[in-house]
Design a protein around this ligand. Structure first.
Ligand code: XLS
Ligand code: CA
Ligand code: CA
Length: 438
């Protein structure tokens, strides 16, 4: 049916830090046990369909630059099948367990709702065979409610209920497909669930419609017996000026408001974290603290650019800090590290797709090894525990006792003549400690 675009590449294997081949893993050794778990089970890597196989390398100033055979002809059933087959073959060559997709990434384009369902069904049949053939699994599925012009004003927050219904059709289809393909999770990224101007926007109406949409998705998940996690992927803006799922803390407030905080978790993307003015590790720590840490898109931004460049992660330091938070969270349950990453527009060779993924996988693996070593060393956690030790003492317990009032605490401060002296937070010492492990 379709020629194997990656036929000339060997499977990528672990060859250790002294490896001579550029396309070998130097740190990702899938069977190596770290903190009691195989690396493959810790990291649960996934390749994304959209940037890697659907994007032709265009930007707002120029046309696609990539020569991918399935993108050069008409967007028909044959092209869609070639894309799927090549994608799964690529994931097998990388020897990582998972892939992720949007409905429209894998199917022949459709003009009507009925056609959408029929084409998606064909794609799911084929993906089921391919998963079997290549021994790969689905990390998460999702529906694209942002590319088609009908979604210019959003899907679940569109002023027009007919667009909302079309979006519901797509999400029902993609969630059913994810369930059938044994996916671990289902993601909702609301790129156009936001606004361009408040002049034409009814915020309250849009939030209630969005909350209702998410409740319906959760209800459907239980109805069909899908055991995976429903995930929201926060992002502050782009393409909309303001996106409702701004960051993890905002998503948590939204979930609480609609009673969904025990049903939905977050898929945190490094690039979106920095766009919202946070660090990647901040978003991870916040999600863990709020009990909604689910999965990760590891792609990063560029420090000089204020947009979503979706680059492969390449900072060992950034990944070490992130992995400390993942380990503190107890690791993934059904989430994983997805590479929602694009090679640069000038990286036109098939080989560039391998360099991007192999390098990123090794950077994340090094982050894991460093973070595990830091946790095992114990000094980082010991300092933090010591810094808060007062809260397990008498005063800390008194503050939290239900009968204690503000006046009780104030009176105690006076009665004991408290004169607390500043204590060093030891930031430089801790930063030096981290650097010794990188
Ligand atoms: C875009 C998002 C998108 C989601 C999936 O910025 O990262 O790719 O991960 O819809
Ligand atoms: Ca992104
Ligand atoms: Ca993403």
């Amino acid at each position: 049916m379709s020629a194997d675009y990656f036929a000339s590449f060997d499977k990528i294997t672990y060859a250790g830090p002294e490896a001579t081949s550029e396309l070998s893993y130097r740190y990702y050794d899938k069977d190596r046990v770290v903190l009691g778990k195989r690396m493959e089970d810790h990291l649960r890597f996934a390749v994304c369909m959209w940037h890697t196989f659907c994007w032709p390398g265009n930007d707002i100033f120029g046309a696609g630059t990539f020569q991918r055979p399935w993108l050069s002809g008409p967007a028909d059933a044959k092209a869609a099948a070639s894309k799927r087959a090549n994608a799964l073959s690529f994931v097998e060559k990388l020897d990582v367990p998972f892939y992720c997709f949007h409905d429209v990434d894998v199917m022949e384009p459709a003009n009507t709702a009925a056609e959408h369902m029929a084409h998606l069904a064909d794609a799911v049949d084929h993906l089921e065979e391919l998963q079997q053939k290549h021994g790969r699994k689905l990390l998460w599925g999702t529906a694209n409610l942002f590319s088609h012009p009908r979604f210019a004003a959003g899907g679940a927050t569109n002023p027009d209920p007919e667009v909302y219904a079309f979006g519901a059709m797509q999400v029902r289809g993609a969630l059913d497909a994810t369930h059938r393909l044994g996916g671990s999770g289902y993601v909702l990224w609301g790129g156009r669930e936001g606004y361009e101007t408040l002049l034409n926007t009814n915020l309250g109406r849009e939030l209630d419609n969005f909350g209702r949409f998410l409740s319906l998705v959760v209800e459907h998940k239980h109805k069909i017996g899908f055991k995976g996690t429903i995930l929201i992927e926060p992002k502050p803006h782009e393409p909309t000026k303001h996106q409702y799922d701004f960051d993890t803390a905002t998503v948590y407030g939204f979930l609480k408001r609609y009673g969904l905080e025990n049903e939905v978790k977050v898929n945190i993307e490094a690039n979106h974290a920095t766009l919202s003015g946070h660090t990647f590790e901040h978003e991870l720590a916040m999600a863990t603290t709020l009990g909604i840490f689910g999965s990760i898109d590891a792609n990063r931004g560029d420090h000089q650019n204020g947009w979503d460049t979706d680059q492969f992660p390449n900072s060992v330091e950034e990944l070490t800090l992130a992995l400390i938070e993942v380990i503190r969270a107890g690791g993934f349950t059904d989430g994983g590290f997805n590479f929602d990453s694009k090679v640069r527009r000038q990286s036109v060779d098939a080989e560039d797709l391998f360099h991007g993924h192999v390098g990123a996988i090794d950077v994340v693996a090094r982050g894991l090894l460093n973070a595990a070593a830091l946790i095992e060393d114990g000094r980082l956690d010991a300092f933090r525990a010591e810094r808060y030790a007062g809260w397990t003492g008498e005063l800390g317990q008194l503050v939290h006792a239900p009968a204690t009032s503000l006046a009780d605490i104030a009176d105690l401060a006076i009665a004991r003549d408290l004169r607390p002296a500043p204590k060093s937070g030891k930031q430089e010492r801790l930063e030096n400690l981290i650097n010794r492990f990188i």
